[in-house]
Design a protein around this ligand. Structure first.
Ligand SMILES: Cc1ncc(COP(=O)(O)O)c(C=O)c1O
Length: 393
């Protein structure tokens, strides 16, 4: 399906559906007349097979206790093997209601209050809060940023680990908001530093399927043939790829049996760790039947990124549209045109846009904005045009 067909078939008007992106503008930004490009979900209806499977299941009208069938694990393993050349044996898999919850539970299961947890900034802002709200010490190490491209500063990472006695590293791979799909060499380096210093790695791979360029996504569990598996907790789900966030179903994947035992001991104290029957069904159906839909979606995101880059390049050549190897969330550096301290009033009052602001993700990024490209090309063009016009006025 080409871009045009995909948009025509799946684009929906979400206004008036209690959706955060459109109907939550007033609460988040203090006004409701903004064009929203914030938050990380989509304007696209999920694939037909998922909707059909849910309808059929809902029509039973019974939502009592149930369990995840064998076929679920087969579907997950096939998807991971086919898309990412990495197997996920059933016994590694645990469930949670979301990847951020997965981070919180990993922190609770594997560290103690006061322990240091490291993140590489800028990064998805709940990474910061989930550490501090769980009374752990937040250690931030800035990514190296140059001309729209972020890389890891391995010396700074190792120094922080040693000096701050870091116990756990929350990795974002692919990276939100810097759009990086880390190479195997990069992952090998950071994972080997962590292994050397006994730092447990929680790898949030929720964006694993949104890969836009030639660079393949490498699951942390597959780096160098699985060399770091024993030191890994992997978090992923179908929710970002298939727009299923509120079905509240995601994976906590733990290859090391000792860590699994430790995790299970923690989880047993939480009363209930059952799964949402609709979340599990939607996820299984996504993995069994959603491949073509996802490929169609990726074409739309690629096109939106291309259009955005071209429009900025032509009209605002000093702005930097950052790399987008993965995810549908792109950072744009507007500092050559807008003073960082004026960015909110410029975006909100002059352009009437709602975006995620760079400084929400980490220090030093005021003047950047993050735009959500999982929407119609028309909306992206309109947003870019508003920025161009506001600057030219
Ligand atoms: C890296 C990352 N992790 C987790 C989430 C949220 O996941 P969940 O809704 O499953 O907690 C997001 C959403 O944007 C994200 O970008």
């Amino acid at each position: 399906m080409d871009t045009h067909e995909f948009v025509k078939k799946y684009l929906v008007d979400r206004k008036g559906t209690h959706c955060s992106k459109w109907d939550g503008l007033q609460e988040k930004f203090g006004r409701s007349d903004l064009l929203p490009l914030w938050i990380a979900d989509m304007e696209f209806r999920t694939c037909d097979a998922i909707v059909d499977a849910l309808k059929e299941r809902v029509s039973q009208g019974v939502f009592g206790y149930s369990f995840v069938p064998d076929s679920y694990y087969t579907a997950l393993d096939h998807w991971m093997q086919e898309r990412h050349h990495s197997s996920v044996p059933r016994e590694w898999v645990r469930f949670s209601t979301g990847c951020v919850t997965g981070i919180a539970w990993s922190i609770a299961a594997f560290t103690r209050p006061g322990d240091a947890c490291m993140i590489l900034t800028p990064v998805y802002y709940p990474f910061h809060n989930v550490v501090t709200n769980n009374h752990r010490r937040l250690v931030t190490v800035p990514l190296h940023y140059e001309k729209g491209y972020a890389t890891m500063d391995f010396d700074a990472i190792e120094k922080a680990i040693v000096e701050q006695d870091v116990k756990l590293f929350v990795q974002c791979s692919p990276h939100n908001p810097m759009g990086r799909v880390w190479t195997e060499e990069e992952l090998d380096q950071v994972l080997s530093i962590c292994a050397r210093h006994h730092v447990l790695v929680v790898s949030d791979e929720i964006h694993q399927d949104i890969i836009l360029g030639d660079k393949p996504f490498i699951p942390a569990a597959a780096v160098k043939g699985g060399k770091y598996r024993d030191n890994l907790i992997i978090l992923n789900s179908a929710t970002k790829s298939f727009n299923l966030a509120t079905l509240l179903h995601s994976h906590i994947i733990i290859p090391n049996p000792k860590l699994r035992e430790q995790y299970d001991a923690f989880a047993s104290g939480m009363n209930r760790t059952e799964v949402s029957v609709l979340g599990a069904l939607a996820t299984q159906t996504a993995y069994e039947k959603g491949g073509a839909w996802l490929d169609g979606l990726l074409q739309v995101i690629r096109r939106n990124y291309r259009d955005l880059k071209a429009q900025f390049h032509k009209e605002l050549p000093e702005a930097t549209v950052c790399a987008l190897e993965g995810t549908y969330l792109v950072m744009v550096d507007l500092r050559p045109y807008v003073k960082p301290e004026d960015i909110h009033s410029f975006i909100q009052d002059k352009c009437q846009l709602a975006v995620d602001y760079g400084e929400w993700f980490g220090e030093g990024y005021q003047g950047f904005i993050r735009l959500n490209l999982a929407t119609s090309p028309t909306l992206i063009q309109e947003a870019a045009q508003r920025i161009v016009h506001a600057l030219k006025d």
